[in-house]
Design a protein around this ligand. Structure first.
Ligand SMILES: [Zn+2]
Length: 527
């Protein structure tokens, strides 16, 4: 059981170190301060929420010779010898649930504590006791000697007889807040010199579903297999997804892109995340987006759509049971939002959502901004580059491609217009798509200056275009003379094959290096 090392090591010894359960903490501490101790307690709640830890902390404080404001001192003899104390009796009812086990307890309660104020029985998983064991126990529980305290713990309170509950002071433990777990993990990482990224720790907290024990065992295992705990390591070893993954689902829904939606869903399914956790996470994500829309007063239609999505996910969460294929149901729900007649999102709505950062900008856009700031060209626009792009555009050029691209181009223009991106707007206004393939577009400009600026801003335009239209295109601008020259030499019978463009990327460019040093080379768009 090596992996429980951190959990054991960081098991809290007193109330100051207990994470979460603040109200329970407060009541128990006050009961010690005011010396109002009950004779039987029952702690109930999900596993890993601190029931047994709290029972021990409370027991230690009860027998502490010098408690400080209701908290054990940690220095006195009783505190130091707590783990060996004969007056603290722990019993796991999962394995000791017979009448005989309980009779042993009943017989021993009348023997006075050895060297403490109280003799304290901590019985874990108490719902596992057999009926006859309960019967043997009831009388003692009703009238225990004045120096005996029972602390019962259970994850299944409904299985505990009502006659027992009525004799106990009950405390309901809640799942521990994710932020509190994250904070605790962070402290442990610092203490243990474990390198970690904050968002990975937050993700572990999410995966643990409010259970500190699980969170610590994940941390433990990851720290053994990797030097640094980051999202990638977490993803490789545990079925989890990040907000970026959900963002991609949302973008696919916004653009009514069924293919992207299904591909992304299939990726998420492959990572093996628990469906309930996935739904929780999605609801949280969409809720945050909905709030952001309201706060920034952006698109009421988009808000309505999000509300609908949240409701449907919430319903699904309620309907989940062990027999249902939750993932299939989720797929069905999300697919129903593609081309949903009831939701009418205009491209203006979508532009607003993107431009007002309701959807966070991806790193590619940040790279772009840095490039703009440095005013450097991403591509080396040489004669060879131009020839290569023309060639590549011709590989799969078609009239259909051109027609659909013109629609996108108009949409792109509306976006630039709405967002007052003047420089790009001028380029678009003064150029006409002439040849379009599946992923290349050749644009002819009315003036030489537009051509020059257009080709200088080529990469930025491509990034903006992708951001707005969710389609990846590569552009090239030609002036009218160049276009005429091209037409006069164009050979319609020639077979064109794609030529690698990598050599035309300005890899030595400072701004690229700067971007790379911040985002890592994978994020820099060097096709
Ligand atoms: Zn003490």
């Amino acid at each position: 059981m090596d992996y429980k090392v951190l959990y054991r090591k960081y098991r809290p010894a007193d109330f100051n170190h207990l994470v979460g359960q603040d109200s329970i903490k407060k009541i128990l501490v006050n009961s010690i301060i005011n010396d109002k101790i009950a004779h039987a307690y029952i702690f109930t709640g999900p596993r890993g929420t601190g029931k047994t830890s709290t029972a021990k902390i409370f027991a230690r404080a009860l027998n502490c010779l010098n408690p400080q404001n209701g908290i054990s001192c940690g220095e006195c003899e009783n505190c130091k010898n707590f783990n060996q104390s004969p007056d603290i009796i722990e019993l796991d009812a999962a394995s000791n649930n017979s009448v005989d086990d309980i009779r042993n307890i009943v017989d021993s309660v009348n023997i006075a504590p050895t060297n403490s104020k109280y003799k304290i029985y901590i019985i874990d998983e108490v719902h596992m006791l057999s009926t006859s064991a309960w019967n043997a126990f009831l009388k003692t529980l009703e009238e225990p000697p004045h120096n005996v305290i029972f602390i019962l713990a259970t994850t299944e309170i409904q299985k505990v007889p009502i006659t027992v509950l009525s004799r106990c002071q009950r405390f309901d433990f809640q799942r521990i807040d994710k932020a509190e777990i994250t904070e605790h993990l962070k402290k442990i990482c610092e203490e243990e010199n474990i390198k970690s990224e904050d968002d990975a720790l937050a993700e572990i907290a999410f995966l643990s579903d409010g259970c500190m024990r699980d969170a610590l065992s994940i941390l433990d295992q990851l720290s053994k297999i990797s030097e640094e705990i980051n999202i990638d390591v977490l993803k490789q070893n545990y079925g989890t997804i990040t907000n970026d993954d959900i963002e991609e689902l949302y973008v696919a829904i916004l653009h009514n892109n069924l293919d992207d939606l299904l591909t992304k869903l299939s990726d998420i399914k492959k990572c093996g995340i628990d469906i309930k956790l996935l739904l929780d996470k999605m609801i949280e994500y969409f809720l945050n987006k909905a709030i952001a829309l309201k706060q920034k007063n952006v698109s009421n239609n988009a808000f309505k759509q999000l509300k609908k999505i949240i409701n449907s996910l919430n319903d699904l969460l309620g309907k989940l049971n062990s027999n249902s294929n939750g993932f299939l149901m989720l797929e069905l729900e999300l697919v129903s939002f593609i081309n949903d007649d009831e939701v009418n999102l205009s491209s203006r709505d979508i532009n607003q959502i993107i431009s007002r950062e309701i959807i966070s900008k991806d790193t590619k856009v940040d790279v772009n901004e840095m490039l703009t700031a440095n005013d450097s060209s991403y591509y080396k626009v040489t004669k060879e580059f131009i020839d290569t792009r023309i060639n590549n555009t011709l590989v799969s050029a078609s009239k259909e491609n051109k027609l659909s691209f013109i629609e996108s181009w108009k949409e792109f223009y509306t976006y630039l217009d709405n967002n007052d991106l003047k420089e790009f707007k001028t380029i678009l206004k003064n150029s006409i798509p002439q040849i379009v393939s599946n992923d290349y577009a050749l644009l002819v400009t009315k003036s030489e200056s537009t051509k020059i600026i257009g080709n200088k801003k080529l990469h930025e335009l491509e990034i903006q275009f992708k951001k707005v239209l969710n389609k990846e295109y590569k552009f090239l601008f030609l002036n009218e003379q160049e276009w005429k020259n091209f037409l006069s030499t164009y050979d319609k019978d020639k077979k064109y094959e794609l030529i690698d463009e990598t050599i035309y990327i300005n890899k030595d460019d400072n701004s690229c290096q700067l971007a790379e040093s911040i985002f890592g080379s994978n994020n820099v768009n060097m096709e």
